[in-house]
Design a protein around this ligand. Structure first.
Ligand SMILES: CC(C)(COP(=O)([O-])OP(=O)([O-])OC[C@H]1O[C@@H](n2cnc3c(N)ncnc32)[C@H](O)[C@@H]1OP(=O)([O-])[O-])[C@@H](O)C(=O)NCCC(=O)NCCSC(=O)C[C@@](C)(O)CC(=O)[O-]
Length: 347
């Protein structure tokens, strides 16, 4: 450990202090809560705008810093995301919280622009998306990957010109439901193309949820050959129960932004058999007592696990299903035992 009194000048001391701060800051984990978008887009029924807005309001109140609020995609393709503009107007907002929206094409960006013309604070960020395989991109966007990138580049440019931040997604970064094992070099090239078009961050998706920690590590090492790890995010579905392990692996490899979904909601309509995202509650629980600090939004502190458990339960009830968050279910069961006066250790 260096001793600050050994620094010859104040400016060197300042540099040392800022380096120390950078070390601390590098343990800050950002959660992008994708429940209201990735979580709800795969539901069978159509979810009322009021429920979606209430979900986002509750998440903001629980301290979530970034909440993906919905999509401006074709309602013929994904009817569950219809009404995102209304959601953005109905939900309660919290200072310091970001509310990005998914945009697939110029038409989606035009809809965002029309909303912003009337309500300039509706959002300040869009996310564009493509995939590492042509088969998946065709299923999701009706074009192959190269064409999707060609179409997205002017959309990203126009969004940046409007002062919006642009995030990118690469789906099927580990395996594709249509073409199997994915070449990680291809993931790297597609992620690089998104960075080149101006995305400040690229989220790498194990859309199918089949990835193991070893595969995630290999994929990240490949992508990191060209892209600074600070620009990468991890997006892990939990089909085979490896999502929390994959989150921890991504953190070990330097990734500091994790997409997660309250109650483990979700799935992609074009990824048959895939279950929801890693549950936000499970990530929060797994990181307790670790060197990582999960950044909070409104309160400036962290995300409140107890409140997230309540939200996971509430939204699951609204959807007529059970929360798939293991931590959420265990915490809830413990509360019930305690309410009945039964002995309850941490379990
Ligand atoms: C991109 C298209 C539209 C192309 O779909 P297309 O059929 O090739 O496009 P089109 O230009 O021929 O348009 C067809 C119709 O859609 C309308 N349309 C066209 N664009 C829009 C728009 N933006 N908003 C509203 N309407 C739109 C358009 O006006 C037209 O309406 P019609 O004339 O028939 O009445 C379609 O493929 C689409 O919407 N795809 C979105 C699919 C989607 O949302 N997938 C889920 C999100 S990605 C994901 O979940 C993965 C991720 C991000 O979570 C990460 C991971 O897990 O890997």
């Amino acid at each position: 450990m260096l001793n600050p009194s050994r620094f010859a000048s104040r400016s060197l001391l300042r540099q040392w202090r800022s380096r120390s701060y950078a070390t601390v800051a590098s343990n800050i984990v950002n959660i992008v809560e994708v429940g209201p978008r990735d979580g709800l887009q795969n539901e069978k029924g159509v979810i009322p705008v009021s429920v979606k807005a209430e979900l986002i309001s509750r998440l903001g109140k629980a301290g979530v810093q970034t909440i993906e609020a919905g999509s401006f995609v074709s309602p013929k393709w994904v009817p569950q995301m219809a009404g995102t503009a209304e959601v953005l107007l109905q939900m309660e907002r919290f200072p310091g919280v970001r509310y990005p929206v998914l945009v697939p094409n110029q038409k989606g960006l035009d809809a965002v622009a029309a909303l912003l013309a009337a309500h300039p604070a509706a959002t300040d960020e869009i996310a564009v998306f493509t995939a590492a395989t042509d088969a998946f991109t065709r299923a999701n966007l009706n074009v192959d990957t190269a064409e999707s990138l060609e179409r997205l580049a002017p959309v990203a440019r126009a969004a940046l010109d409007r002062g919006l931040r642009v995030r990118g997604y690469v789906s099927v970064a580990i395996a594709c439901p249509y073409s199997g094992q994915v070449d990680y070099a291809r993931v790297r090239h597609v992620a690089q193309a998104l960075v080149d078009m101006g995305c400040y961050e690229v989220s790498l998706g194990d859309t199918v949820g089949v990835g193991t920690p070893t595969q995630v590590a290999e994929m990240l090492e490949e992508v990191k050959k060209s892209i600074a790890v600070g620009m990468l995010a991890g997006h892990f579905h939990d089909t085979y129960g490896t999502a929390v392990a994959n989150v921890l692996t991504a953190l070990e490899h330097g990734v500091r932004t994790i997409d997660a979904s309250v109650g483990g909601l979700g799935g992609c309509p074009y990824s048959p058999g895939a279950t929801g995202n890693v549950a936000t509650e499970d990530v929060l629980y797994a990181l307790q007592g670790s060197p990582y600090h999960v950044a909070g939004g409104a309160a400036g502190g962290t995300i409140d696990l107890a409140k997230m458990v309540d939200i996971g339960w509430w939204i699951s009830e609204q959807l007529g299903r059970e929360s798939t968050s293991r931590a959420g279910r265990a915490i809830r069961a413990r509360r019930l035992r305690e309410a009945e006066g039964k002995p309850s250790a941490k379990l």
